[in-house]
Design a protein. Structure first.
Length: 173
């Protein structure tokens, strides 16, 4: 809990209630996150959900960086890079290297290698946790196509509102 954390090396912490206004030094981190989910009826909810999740993940990362300040404050940049590499390898060993799941091109498939960085899956095999879709007949309530009556046809019960001009095949209507 960062409300009770105090760094032994930097003597930073315990954070007071108004620490954003009184803490010195302070660092601001700006992230630009763009989410596009253009599906009618779901767009707003999905985009808001993704923004919230990204915010929560970034906030957790920043909290951990502050709480671990005593571990990294004395490191050189080369030591930080080595620490990142070792941590990435340990993470990959712990979670395993997942084979790519799908492809959207006809280009030869390449291995994405071992990395904890996000990658686009590049193979054609579905992952084990996704079942193969079953070939099921369509429900009777879901027609293959929707056919509307021709409003120009004589005897059709469907009529367009009068504000639309619809040429008729017959002048007697």
């Amino acid at each position: 809990d960062l409300r009770y954390f105090r760094s032994e090396k930097t003597l930073r912490g315990v954070l007071q209630e108004d620490w954003r206004d009184t803490q010195d030094p302070i660092m601001c981190s700006y992230k630009l996150v763009t989410v596009k989910f253009e599906v009618w009826g779901l767009q707003t909810r999905v985009e808001q959900f993704v923004h919230k999740m990204v915010k929560d993940v970034l906030l957790l990362g920043h909290k951990q960086a502050f709480a671990w300040v005593d571990e990294w404050i004395d490191m050189t940049m080369d030591e930080v890079r080595e620490y990142e590499r070792v941590t990435q390898e340990a993470t990959n060993k712990k979670i395993g290297s997942f084979p790519p799941a799908i492809t959207i091109s006809q280009n030869p498939l390449v291995s994405c290698g071992t990395s904890s960085a996000p990658t686009t899956p590049l193979c054609t095999e579905a992952p084990d946790f996704l079942p193969v879709p079953k070939d099921r007949p369509r429900k009777k309530s879901a027609p293959e196509t929707l056919t509307l009556p021709d409003p120009a046809r004589r005897g059709s019960s469907y009529r367009l509102p009068s504000l639309f001009f619809w040429p008729s095949s017959s002048q007697n209507e």
